[in-house]
Each structure stands twice: as structure tokens, then as C-alpha cells.
Design a protein around this ligand. Structure first.
Ligand SMILES: O=C(O)CCC(=O)CC(=O)O
Length: 277
């Protein structure tokens, strides 16, 4: 049975309000926390939480500097985003959880799974990477500069095309409008700080410290964090990871929530088997 969602606010150790939604489930259900991608918000995961409703106790939230959460100035780091996740779990009295993250949220999830190994039951990394490559600091600084000089609206056509293929964009005009609204509602300084964080992110060594059941899911047409980057991440993960490649682009939780829910279901089964063996 699906219970009503609960909305609330948790405080991080440095006093930032994190706005969250909890989708409760019966006592003993697996616990999953979801981190979203750059310049979007927790609604990225709506289709996935709907698909898993009642089968897992789930928390989605807006990362610092995003959505309805606090908007502190930078610099931002993936370690700080990992600490935010830990503080969110503390707020709910969760000692551990399955952590799922998409793109920027996938970097936060990687940082969490290596920094808080004892609090990670399993990890799902979606459309993400351990490292954006040698040109990343310059590329991400360029993205932030465009936003500062021309406004976030100038980036919307690029973003939509990076997130989804032509056919999906054409079939989902309302979703595209909604996402453009979420994207342009961001605070420029926070967007800048998040871009700088992604440019500087290098989680390649920490990936080897991840020693939990893990799945790396990547859209076969993802041009932001392509399948080669995802495979590199999977190969670096301590115990190895399952790799799932649906026919999507960069935001699989929106384009094919069923594929993400299926990967999570499989991951939960593998995690349960491992804890019984
Ligand atoms: O739009 C891009 O080129 C990359 C976006 C990205 O990887 C960060 C994110 O979506 O969180």
C-alpha cells in the first residue's frame, strides 16, 4: 500500500535548509535516498518514486543551492554534498540507505558512498561520471560565464538537447516547459558554484573505495556523461558494478523512469542476497 508523501526541511551541519519529500513505506522496507542533477530539483525522481511506491521508504530532496532548499554562496564541493546527504539521513534517524544519484547527484552519491561507506547499503549511479575530463574546469567555467553574461534562459535550448533526444522533446512539450522553468529559476551564484564543483570533481580514486553492491546506469545516447565514462566508473568501483544501458539520453529518470526503477529493484535484490549470504 502506498502511504501519503510527507514534505519537510532538514538542516545541514552548516545550517542550510534542505527541502525534502519522504515517500514512506511499511517498517522494514528498504530505504533509498535520491540526489538530482544540476540546476533541476527533486521532481527529477517523481516517476521513479511512483513506480516503486510502497516497496521502499524513499527520500527525494533539493540539493543545496537548488529548488526550495537554502541557497548559500559557494564554493561547493562533492564532499559537502555528501555531508548534506548524511545530515539528511540523520534528520530521519536513518543509519544507512541505498543512495541513488543522477549526474551531479551521481557525483554526490559517489562521494557519499566512499566517505560514508558504513552508511551506504548499495548505490545506483545514473547518467554520471567519476570525472568530466581534463577540459572540465574550463568547460564548466564557460557554461557558468554564459549564464552570468546572458542569463540562464540562454542555456535552455542547449540543456534540453543535452538532456533528451529530438523525438522525446517533441513528444513532451509540457515537460520541456516545466524543466525550462525549474532551470531558469536557479540562482546565478549557486549555479556558478555548482558548475565549478563539477569542473573540479575528480572521484576516480574514491570510486575504488566503494565496496557495496552498485549499478551504473547510462543512456546509450548520453553525450554529457557518455557510456564510456559510465563504464570507466563501473570498472573503478571496488567490487565492480552492474552496467545498464537503456535507450535514453542524459536524464533517464525522466525519460524512462521504469528503467531506473527496474535497475533499483534488481539492486535491492542483489543487496538482500548479499546480506543473507
Ligand atoms: O549538460 C551537460 O553537458 C552535462 C550536465 C551534467 O553532466 C551535469 C548534470 O546534469 O547534473
Amino acid at each position: 500500500m502506498t502511504m501519503p508523501a510527507v514534505h519537510g526541511e532538514a538542516r545541514t551541519r552548516d545550517g542550510v535548509a534542505l527541502s525534502f519529500t519522504r515517500h514512506p513505506a511499511a517498517e522494514g522496507a528498504p530505504r533509498i535516498v535520491f540526489a538530482h542533477s544540476l540546476a533541476l530539483d527533486r521532481s527529477l525522481w517523481s516517476g521513479v518514486t511512483e513506480a516503486l511506491g510502497g516497496r521502499a521508504d524513499m527520500i527525494t530532496y533539493d540539493c543545496r543551492g537548488h529548488g526550495r532548499s537554502g541557497r548559500p554562496g559557494g564554493p561547493y564541493t562533492t564532499g559537502q554534498f555528501a555531508d548534506d546527504l548524511a545530515d539528511l539521513l540523520d534528520h530521519h534517524g536513518w543509519t544507512d540507505a541505498v543512495v541513488a544519484g543522477c549526474s551531479m547527484g551521481g557525483c554526490a552519491a559517489q562521494a557519499f558512498a566512499s566517505r560514508y561507506r558504513h552508511r551506504t547499503r548499495a548505490a545506483l549511479f545514473v547518467d554520471t561520471t567519476a570525472w568530466y575530463g581534463p577540459d572540465a574546469p574550463r568547460d564548466w567555467a564557460g557554461r557558468a560565464a554564459t549564464a552570468r553574461e546572458k542569463g540562464l534562459g540562454a542555456l535552455v535550448p542547449l540543456q534540453l538537447a543535452r538532456w533528451f533526444g529530438d523525438a522525446f522533446r517533441e513528444a513532451e512539450p509540457e515537460l520541456m516547459n516545466r524543466l525550462a522553468g525549474v532551470f531558469t529559476a536557479n540562482d546565478l551564484a549557486c549555479y556558478d558554484a555548482a558548475c565549478e564543483m563539477l569542473g573540479a570533481a575528480d572521484l576516480r580514486r574514491s570510486a575504488s573505495m566503494i565496496a557495496h553492491p552498485a549499478t551504473v546506469l547510462v543512456g546509450e545516447d548520453d553525450q554529457a556523461t557518455p557510456p564510456a565514462m559510465a563504464r570507466d566508473l563501473a570498472n573503478r568501483i571496488g567490487d565492480g558494478a552492474a552496467v545498464v544501458v537503456p535507450r535514453t539520453r542524459h536524464l533517464t529518470p525522466l525519460e524512462n523512469p521504469g528503467a531506473v526503477a527496474g535497475a533499483l529493484t534488481d539492486l535491492l535484490e542483489r543487496t538482500a542476497e548479499r546480506s543473507h549470504s
